[in-house]
Design a protein. Structure first.
Length: 325
């Protein structure tokens, strides 16, 4: 059993024990409509709807998704074996197209888009945690290998601010969950170590809103949110997410961050939105499908959620689109 399977199995096992004993090893917030995050209540909000779209040709979990010029690219993942599969989704026609495969088959990596190119970072190939960095150019439909991270890791989060890619957290066979943060400059093809997160976290999600990088959820800090300011190289703690979880997906529309799905005691379809200005959370319409180890991308203000698993064995090719209110 690999490290990730061990973590997930432990969480699910603890959940059953906790249900019987009335407690949980993970943070156990009240239902979203009653949770209090830093003194601000997460209240239900009407509006927003989900629509099922054309499924991916290849069902998988542990994949990553990036968007370039209105096209969503679903990359890598796992479905009984480690994948280098790349498939592109065009929301305007609701169709999928096969693209050049990624050089390194892997899952549990993360991607960031800089200047119209998709950077795939880290992950696990079935043998080792990776520091591998490969970049996909949709224009030429080709991949190029870049300077690796200094620290091999899977289950990390990635965000892009001002043309630089930030790799946050993650874990490895040797180090479990990490606080490590590294920044990649595509111009110099080099990595620089940055201020670490306040606590170790892996199986998190990361996203950028208004020039700040947010680390959301993850193992051992399931509700805690931190925001990184590249200008000052500092992290600040923000309002806790009402529903703590790992292996969730994130999409940003306008100035709102949307946390979708994931795993807590059970598998979730929970959708919650974070407002960085008010530093509070709002409950949204749940996704139709409960799943974790999924990914998401945003095209024209619509969040497309792809892949994942419903119980750690089956792989999903399900695609659902959320149009925020």
């Amino acid at each position: 059993m690999n490290r990730r399977s061990s973590i997930v199995s432990t969480i699910i096992a603890v959940a059953f024990i906790s249900a019987a004993s009335g407690c949980s090893s993970l943070s156990s917030p009240l239902p979203a409509s009653h949770s209090v995050a830093s003194g601000l209540r997460a209240m239900p909000e009407t509006g927003g709807r989900w629509i099922t779209r054309a499924p991916m040709p290849t069902g998988r979990w542990g994949l990553a998704a990036g968007v370039v010029n209105g096209i969503l690219y679903a990359i890598g993942g796992y479905n009984g074996g480690y994948l280098n599969t790349v498939e592109a989704y065009d929301p305007s026609t609701d169709t999928w197209t096969a693209k050049a495969p990624m050089p390194t088959a892997r899952d549990r990596f993360a991607v960031g888009v800089v200047d119209g190119k998709i950077y795939a970072v880290g992950g696990f190939d079935g043998r080792d945690d990776l520091n591998t960095v490969e970049v996909y150019d949709p224009t030429s439909n080709s991949w190029t290998t870049k300077t690796p991270m200094t620290t091999p890791r899977a289950d990390l989060g990635v965000g892009v601010v001002d043309g630089k890619l930030y790799a946050v957290g993650g874990g490895s066979m040797a180090a479990s969950c990490m606080r490590k943060v590294e920044a990649y400059d595509p111009v110099s093809d080099s990595w620089t170590t940055k201020a670490p997160t306040s606590q170790p976290r892996c199986s998190l999600a990361a996203a950028v809103v208004s020039g700040k990088l947010y680390a959301v959820g993850g193992y051992s800090t399931t509700r805690k949110i931190e925001a990184y300011d590249p200008a000052t190289n500092t992290w600040a703690t923000k309002a806790k997410m009402p529903t703590g979880r790992i292996e969730l997906a994130i999409g940003v529309v306008g100035d709102r961050l949307y946390a979708i799905g994931g795993l807590k005691h059970d598998i979730l379809n929970t959708t919650e939105a974070y407002n960085p200005v008010a530093d509070n959370w709002t409950e949204k319409t749940p996704a139709p499908t409960k799943r974790y180890s999924l990914s998401a991308g945003v095209v024209n203000g619509v969040i497309y959620v792809v892949g994942g698993t419903s119980h750690g064995i089956s792989t999903l090719n399900t695609v659902e689109a959320y149009n925020p209110p």
